[in-house]
Ligand binder design. Structure first.
Ligand code: NAI
Length: 462
């Protein structure tokens, strides 16, 4: 039996970051992971592999649509999907091996197998008992399907199966116009699939600033994605090679069907606590399946913390990482901190979408007087040079104090640009602080400064 200061259950972005920080703070640490590689959903079957496929398919799109415009003539590349998958798998293994290396470097024990809490202060890994003064649950989430739809990961797939298809499907039906549906729908559209997205609501990406959501929907439609909105999927009948999707129009009430070679179910994820043993020892799990915690990420059982997708809040890798670091600090007797008001969200479509802080809809609902500074990438020389003039930056600032309240972007490198505003918000900056900061020319980031200028006396290039 081994004895630790901390055992973390789950080796995803929340768990492995927590483990490294615990070790750096001088705690004897182990991390349990049942998958053969570290990195969780994000590195193995989520964020990282999808970014590899998004990049490859984006390159193809550039070759097909923009190369000739720049005088780069010749036949566009054809798709060798097997090799594209190998490239993707290579990216995954480089990253997962990197975490293995970081564990060794920081002296974190990697316990391979299924971790189960068998008593407070006790974790068994495939039957072997380990003692821990503290336990951190970082078991993440799993895809949640709909009643009447069985995921076989071949014809009816979750994001996991969609990232590992043997070939590009002729007809892909995506259920749900959220982050996963739009990112993977874009990938397969660019690789040649006919893609139809069926969404329950009348708009895509619920919760996002509505002006950005409308612009994204328009852009994706122009790229050839079909959308069926206001439609509730009732069932999917699948054979070994194809499927029939039945949905009901929420407006007209009529029931329609759609044939597909592959159906991607992207209707959300749910916390994963199966086989964990937490509830068996008296741990509280909410009606939504989340592990209940207090403001210090402590569960109702002393010395058991929980972080990431398994607790409340957005299911995002970087939110889990922040919580992982904060909990490590707490266990080490310091003060852990996560600013939940400044967690960016990014959709890696092309163009990218990024957002932080409040949306206009939220500010209106809260009765906060605000001003809007907007700037189109059409006025940004660098964006136009690379065919990315579509999209805009929208900065929201307090009407009275000019303090930045939120920022919503659709355009080139939006997922990177947003961090200027995250830092500004962490420091309680005003729109004028951004407007008075020199931004290098020619960069996409000038559009952020112009939006800040638009909050004051006006943008220059609008
Ligand atoms: P989501 O919650 O983003 O979107 C699900 C969509 O499915 C919603 O628009 C919802 O209205 C729709 N829907 C639900 N039931 C339906 C039905 N019966 N018929 C038609 N539409 C229906 O969930 P998604 O995309 O599966 O993502 C899961 C989680 O993974 C999210 O929390 C997301 O934040 C995270 N994620 C984040 C990424 C990123 O940060 N870039 C990438 C991928 C996932």
């Amino acid at each position: 039996m081994a004895s630790y200061d901390v055992i973390i259950i789950g080796g995803g972005p929340g768990g492995y970051v927590c483990a490294i920080r615990c070790a750096q703070l001088g705690l004897k640490t182990a991390c349990v992971e049942a998958r053969s590689t570290l990195g969780g959903t994000c590195l193995n079957v989520g964020c990282i592999p999808s970014k590899a496929l998004l990049h490859a398919s984006h390159m193809l799109h550039e070759a097909e649509h923009n190369f000739a415009k720049m005088g780069l003539k010749g036949k566009s590349p054809s798709v060798d999907f097997k090799q594209m998958q190998e490239y993707k798998d290579g990216v995954i293994s480089q990253n997962t091996a990197g975490i293995e290396f970081l564990f060794k470097k920081n002296k974190v024990d990697h316990l391979r197998g299924w971790g189960k809490i068998t008593a407070p202060g006790q974790v068994t890994v495939d039957g072997e008992v380990h003692e821990a003064k503290n336990i951190v649950i970082a078991t993440g989430s799993e895809p949640s399907s709909l009643p009447g739809i069985e995921i076989d990961e071949k014809v009816v797939v979750s994001s996991t199966g969609a990232l590992a298809l043997p070939k590009v499907p002729k007809r892909l039906v995506v259920i749900g116009a959220g982050v996963i549906g739009l990112e993977l729908g874009s990938v397969y559209k660019r690789l040649g699939s006919e893609v139809t997205v069926i969404e329950f609501l009348d708009h895509i990406t619920p919760g996002m600033d509505s002006e950005i959501a409308k612009t994204l929907a328009r852009t994706l439609k122009k790229q050839g994605l079909n959308f069926i909105m206001n439609a509730a999927v009732q069932k999917v009948d699948a054979t070994k090679t194809k499927a029939k999707v039945t949905y009901e129009s929420r407006k007209k009430g009529n029931v329609e069907t759609l044939d597909a070679d592959v159906v991607l179910v992207a209707t959300g994820r749910r916390p994963f606590t199966e086989g964990l043993g937490f509830a068996d020892i008296g741990g509280t799990i909410t009606d939504r399946g989340q592990i209940e915690i207090n403001e210090r990420w402590q569960t109702n059982i002393p010395n058991i913390h929980a972080i990431g997708d398994v607790i409340t809040g957005p299911m995002l890798a970087h939110k889990a990482e922040d919580e992982g670091m904060a909990v490590a600090e707490e266990i080490a007797g310091k003060h852990g901190h996560v600013n939940y008001g400044v967690i960016p969200g990014v959709i890696y479509t092309s163009p990218e979408v990024a957002s932080v802080g409040k949306t206009e809809e939220q500010l209106k609902a809260e009765g906060i007087a605000y001003k809007v500074g907007k700037f189109s990438f059409m006025g940004n020389g660098r964006a136009k040079a690379v065919f990315m003039g579509e999209g805009f930056v929208k900065l929201l600032a307090d009407q009275q104090t000019d303090r930045i309240l939120g920022c919503h972007l659709i355009g080139p490198a939006a997922g990177d640009l947003i961090h200027e505003i995250c830092v500004a918000m962490e420091f309680g900056a005003s729109a004028q602080d951004i407007a008075l900061t020199c931004h290098a020319h020619p960069t996409f980031s000038e559009a952020v400064r112009e939006a800040a200028l638009a909050c004051g006396d006006g943008a220059i290039h609008a």
